[in-house]
Design a protein around this ligand. Structure first.
Ligand code: BMA
Length: 339
């Protein structure tokens, strides 16, 4: 097994289960999945596609809650163990630069990233079409939205957890205003989190059948001493609709628009009842990962069938070796993505 190290602070209370003896896959599910049930709040029918992180010795998260009027929005949740969550019953109260209420019409698929002492929430919102929303908080009490940093149409934005070459770096997936039947991952840079440019292509849909329609970044890329580990979703169109699986790639540390390795096989595809059955069947949609550099453990948080949240486990060395053993990177993946 290779000797790859996760970078970052130890997380001794990361949720964890050892790999079952009969498991042949590089990623295995938490035996008590799903960790959320239906109707978790009076006004919310389902919570899924959500992001968590360590906070003050426990955990905090931003959760996609589907309201009973069918419109998604973002809710705050807190947990001692990152498994059992208490959700705030009201939507996160976003404000503008003046402190006035500035609520998105809808908001979904949030990611949560800490850079230095600041937390950033990214999600998909409406700005005359779906595009990226970003808000800043330092205390999870006030949440200031940065006004429309990206043009429509775009989804699946997630920041790298530190500046690279002095700039903030965001992954995103340009799209259309419907159930987009295409989509590659791009990267954009910013000096100030407000104005973005130097857009580069990172990776596209591929010849691998499970991801041959579109892809989108999942959790914030995970830093290791040999590259960024990126979990993402890949989509195939079947005669019964889209199927979402979880894939993985490794990006260059200093020039992350270059893909070093890309796994031919998915790591996790819908198999369990809570992934196959729900509001939208056959969806595994990763949005967050907890890591413990001391042990190499990784806990992936993923939305299940647009209805629940599940956790899956792996270790950095196990997943790294699996990606390298099934490498299917293309010339287009390894390019800098600048044309
Ligand atoms: C995508 C997004 C995700 C959702 C998926 C499956 O386009 O809307 O939030 O999980 O479709 O419905």
């Amino acid at each position: 097994m290779s000797d790859i190290n996760l970078i970052g602070k130890p997380l001794s209370n990361i949720p964890w289960q050892d790999k079952p003896a009969d498991c042949t896959a590089p990623v295995w599910r938490y035996s008590e999945n799903p960790i959320t049930g239906r109707n978790p709040l009076p006004d919310v029918a389902r919570i899924f596609n959500s992001a968590v992180m360590p906070y003050n010795g426990g955990f905090i998260g931003v959760f996609r809650g589907e309201q009973r009027n069918g419109i998604p929005n973002i809710y705050l949740g807190r947990s001692k163990d990152a498994i059992h969550w208490d959700f705030e019953p009201e939507k996160i109260p976003f404000t503008d630069d003046n402190g006035d209420s500035f609520m998105p019409i809808y908001a979904y698929d949030p990611r949560l990233v800490k850079i230095e002492d600041t937390y950033y929430i990214m999600w998909c919102q409406d700005a005359y079409g779906p595009t990226i929303g970003v808000a800043v908080t330092k205390d999870f009490k006030t949440f200031r939205r940065i006004e429309n940093p990206f043009l429509p149409y775009n989804r699946n934005a997630v920041l790298f957890p530190r500046k690279i070459n002095g700039r903030y770096v965001m992954l995103s997936r340009p799209c259309d205003n419907g159930h987009t039947a295409f989509g590659d991952i791009f990267l954009s840079e910013s000096n100030d989190m407000e104005f973005w440019g130097r857009h580069r292509h990172v990776m596209g849909k591929s010849d691998n059948w499970w991801e041959n329609l579109k892809i989108g970044a999942g959790p914030a890329p995970i830093e290791t001493d040999h590259g960024w580990l990126l979990f993402y979703h890949g989509v195939v169109n079947t005669c019964n609709g889209y199927v979402y699986s979880i894939g993985a790639a490794i990006l260059d540390l200093d020039e992350p628009s270059k893909v070093l390795h890309r796994c031919e096989n998915y790591l996790l595809a819908p198999e369990e009842w809570y992934e196959e059955r729900g509001f939208v069947p056959n969806v595994c949609f990763p949005c967050a990962a907890l890591t413990d550099p001391a042990t190499g453990r990784i806990a992936i948080y993923y939305g299940c069938a647009d209805s629940y949240i599940g956790i899956a486990f792996t270790t950095i060395n196990e997943v790294w070796d699996y990606i390298l053993a099934h490498d299917s990177k293309t010339i287009s993946d390894t390019e800098a993505g600048r044309r």
